[in-house]
Design a protein around this ligand. Structure first.
Ligand code: CP
Ligand code: NVA
Length: 300
């Protein structure tokens, strides 16, 4: 695997290979078996948006693999002063062994990868959050011992998480039902990918989407970069909440939330706390899934 830019670029068997290695690396870490396949290597970590989980899990992960992470904030590097991404890509390729980037436009990540000689990993764009959904699929597979045949529902904004859940779920032969308010649908390229798949459905009705689901996903109503839409979105998303009444329609589902969560908006405090173990297992699995991605891309 050269890069991880979006799940649309991977096959179902690529995803399975990442999850299998992630399981192995998690087992090794829990049993004190040190793996240092990236000894001496560095990962540049560019953040043009805030982060807690992504930064700490990548930095910890590369350290555990024997390498070193280098944090670059957009604001404090020359990126924030407008240095072109194609120049940043070529400079970092002379120093580092991989680049993780969290930014706004997917095109920035694609351009970075085009100009870089080293692997590029997408740590979230407005379009996709592939590392998160790999960790989520790992968490679901840990619970059910399989992915194929399970039903996922996603309730809320057709954002980066929705896009990646749809693509990841369908590539792993899961059923994916999405409920979004009108005007907040997933990206057209994702809908084009999903539209002929009988296992995909899009509705405005959260109850219809949640019926008999094995896994319930949700995410914030206003993503990073949409702070000025927050109030308008509260109106648009009213009712798109994962609460006890919605959970009662599911197949005793597990809940996945990438975090941070807004209790009382997309998820009730009761559902969040009842499913906290699953949600924090999901957060933990960012570490293991990303270690697998780094090994598969950077250990070449
Ligand atoms: N879920 C996630 O990506 O969290 P951070 O924004 O804290 O990195
Ligand atoms: N959709 C959210 C995910 C945060 C991890 C955002 O982009 O802000």
């Amino acid at each position: 695997m050269k890069n991880l830019l979006k799940l649309l670029d991977l096959s179902g068997s690529d995803i399975t290979a990442i999850l299998d290695l992630a399981d192995q690396l998690k087992f090794d870490a829990k049993n004190g078996i040190a793996q240092r396949p990236l000894a001496g290597k560095t990962l540049a970590m560019i953040f043009e948006k805030n982060s807690t989980r992504t930064r700490v899990s990548f930095e910890t992960g590369i350290y555990q693999l024997g390498g070193q992470g280098i944090f670059l904030s957009g604001a404090e590097s020359q990126i924030g002063r407008g240095e072109p991404v194609e120049d940043t890509a070529r400079v970092l390729s002379r120093y580092c062994d991989g680049i993780m980037i969290r930014t706004f436009a997917q095109e920035t990540v694609e351009k970075l990868a085009y100009y870089a000689d080293i692997p590029v990993i997408n740590g979230l764009t407005d379009f996709a959050h592939p590392c998160q959904v790999l960790a989520d699929l790992m968490t679901i597979r840990e619970k059910f011992s399989r992915l194929e045949g399970l039903k996922i529902c996603y309730i809320g904004d057709g954002n980066n998480m929705a896009n990646s859940v749809i693509v990841g779920g369908l590539k792993c032969d899961m059923s994916v039902s999405v409920a979004c308010p009108e005007g907040f649908d997933p990206h057209p390229s994702v809908l084009a990918f999903a539209k002929d798949n009988a296992k995909f459905s899009l509705t405005r009705d959260i109850r219809e989407a949640a019926a008999n689901a094995d896994v319930v996903f949700t995410d914030v109503w206003a993503s990073m970069g949409q702070e000025n839409e927050r109030e308008a979105r509260k109106t648009a998303f009213a009712g798109y909440c994962v609460d006890d009444a919605l959970m009662a329609l599911t197949n005793n589902a597990m809940v996945q939330h990438c975090l941070p969560a807004h209790r009382g908006e997309e998820i009730s405090a009761e559902v969040f706390e009842a499913h906290a173990k699953e949600i924090f297992d999901e957060a933990e699995n960012r570490l293991h899934a990303q270690k697998a991605v780094m090994v598969l891309t950077m250990n070449r």
